[in-house]
Design a protein around this ligand. Sequence first.
Ligand code: FES
Length: 561
Amino acid sequence: MKNKRSREWFQAPEYYGFARRAWLRSEGFPHDVFDGKPVIGICNSWSELNNCNAHLRDVAAAVKRGVWAAGGVPLEFPTISLGEMFMRPTTMMFRNLMAMDVEESIRANPLDAVVLLCGCDKTTPAQLMGAASADIPAIVVPGGPMLAGEWRGQRLGSGTDGKKLFDQYRTGRITEEEWCEIEGCIARTAGHCTVMGTASTMTSLAEALGMTLPGCANIPAPDSRRMAIAELSGRAAVEMIEAERKPSRILTRAAFENAITVLMALGGSTNAVIHLIAMAGRLGIRLALEDFDRIARRTPCIVDVKPSGRFLMEDLFHAGGVPAVMNRIRDLLHCDCGTVNGRTVGENIPDASSLNNEVIRFLDRPLYAEGGIAVLNGNVAPNGAVIKQTAASERLLRHRGRAFVFNTRDEMLAQIDRDDLPVDANTVLVMRNCGPKGAPGFPEWGHIPMPRKLLLGGVEDVVRISDARMSGTSYGTVVLHVAPESAVGGPLALVENGDEILLDVPARKLELLVPQEELAKRAKVFQPPARHYDRGYGKLFVDHVTQAHEGCDFDFLSGIF
Ligand code: FES
């Protein structure tokens, strides 16, 4: 039997073998329940402070049915949850904390396998990072996306449409009363955001990595099939123990290349770059930004879902979901990678054809010829930066303009709606001190709101550059993850108002057109901003978080530092 791990707890020939069984029987279990049955942990990120995951106790109940049916014993346990809408300064600051919680909860307890219940943005990568480090058999069951929002006959994608409508509200084109109505119908069910934001991207990539049952990621949260696949996942978790199907056997370099390929085909979130690098790092696999760019150049974006496209996650599910996407790009995938059900990627997707070729397009009629994310290099970002080119304005992908600089986000917020802000349609907005150490926590501040003055003049997009991240639901010509960040002396710290900046996405260039001698002069007088924390988790974070191109894991948790 391979469930020897839990046996060490329950069949130990000493007092505590007896005590552990006795104390667990206080939960109402009969005498024979721990006699050799495998114990399956259900790692639940349920929380009322995380609306996206608020239905996960129901999902856990379905998983338990499957575990019992397959002869195992399910034990559900909580960890910290990360609600994107609520946590300050940003959930990203706590992804590594949650990963540590998941890892140590698994390691410290009598578990033979674990089912990971996730949904909202950071909960999926945090669970995968923790489970990869603990390395016992693990399977992911995401909570699934919400149903589409609906307002006066208009389908609304949470995040993306909310931000667009907010610009209309800010400029008086939507009334107070209408805005109140929208608040009540944009997020109308359980589940995570309904566009290809970070949550949808990361749950889809969990499937692409082989860590969910096929077809699991995109089932809407309230759909009965969500519960059915949760039950099947519980059964699969029991079977994985005997086969010793651990994360380290599934999450190989080839599996990560599959995930990057699917990321590009989906037009997925830029945040996935950071999370995939961090997850791979846990297994000693070094992913570089160049891997993303290489794969982006050969992978067409074929999924027509907001914010890159027109449809919503519900439409992607009805079109066949991740299996249909993977089937369409199967020639670009490593089809021999293993998955949690013991079959290979290729064996999991043979019959998965698209049921809607508008949502999942043909390769010769893609949404964009290249993948959604481009990696930029140049003297502003010696260690790289990213842009979601599929959500950017075509006319700005090659652009030269004068910088207008905000030193902090607070400074930006105080000024952005000024009628006399000295900006025009060609201005390049620069914002700094928003990176992993500088903000701190690497928040999603990179989608600098359009200056009201420009919106009123009919300008809907300008180039924006920062060392922040951006919500996967956002859009616009927004350059992100500039590394090294300005707070540690990255060249973004040296940009001054009026400097000329060149953005050339097809050539992958981001250049500050200022002579090197002048930049060296500015670097000499650079003063790092004051530290944000002198104690506690904040200090641990700032002392040990790595830069964007390294995945922002803690240096002492990653397997590559
Ligand atoms: Fe949780 Fe969008 S707020 S996924």
